[in-house]
Write a protein that binds this ligand. Structure first.
Ligand code: GDP
Ligand code: MG
Length: 166
């Protein structure tokens, strides 16, 4: 099992924290494939039987100008070149314009999109279901994973599921 997985989400939801936790090797190649010019390869998660290449797509955000718009369009089409997309949100924060903007981009994506609800260490368990339902009302997710990238809760389960499905 191996494949490319993109991580999208508004700033500060915990994308880098998650990647730092799961990724063993950082990738230094910057130019030999079209893939690397449009996406930033963040690192590779490797086990005995599998390899997942994680890609950060920083261009997915509300465009502020023409250059942003150009970057955005290429970042969005890049999402169709990966095998799965992780949409990370923060349970600590309310759903905002930054989230709904990304959701609108994800509606065009044909690959499975997983909802990763990060920072569950900061909320009461009872508050989780209504939080998740807000997002599920906007998009049909392949699966939902509540995690804490900081403390590691449910991260192994997420990786195991990705492995199985790639
Ligand atoms: P990014 O902008 O999406 O890459 O977010 P970062 O990984 O830089 O994280 C932004 C902030 O959220 C940092 O201060 C992290 O320590 C914090 N953070 C990330 N994951 C968690 C988590 O699971 N729980 C808590 N409480 N804080 C987190
Ligand atoms: Mg980051």
């Amino acid at each position: 099992h191996s494949g490319f997985v993109a991580i999208v989400g508004r700033p500060n939801v915990g994308k880098s924290t998650f990647l730092n936790r799961v990724v063993g090797q950082k990738v230094a190649i910057m130019s030999n494939k079209a893939q690397t010019t449009r996406n930033k390869i963040q690192g590779i998660y490797t086990t005995e039987h599998s390899q997942i290449v994680f890609i950060d797509t920083p261009g997915i955000h509300k465009p502020q100008n023409k250059l942003d718009e150009f970057m955005m369009n290429s970042a969005t089409s890049a999402l169709n070149e990966v095998d799965a997309v992780l949409f990370m949100v923060s349970a600590k924060d309310r759903m905002g314009a930054g989230d709904t903007f990304i959701i609108d981009q994800l509606k065009k994506v044909k690959q499975p999109v997983y909802l990763i609800v990060n920072k569950i260490d900061t909320v009461h368990p009872n508050d989780l279901a209504p939080f998740v339902e807000q997002y599920q009302a906007e998009l049909d997710f392949a699966q939902v994973f509540p995690i804490s990238a900081l403390q590691g809760n449910n991260v192994d389960e997420l990786l195991a599921t990705l492995n199985q499905n790639l």
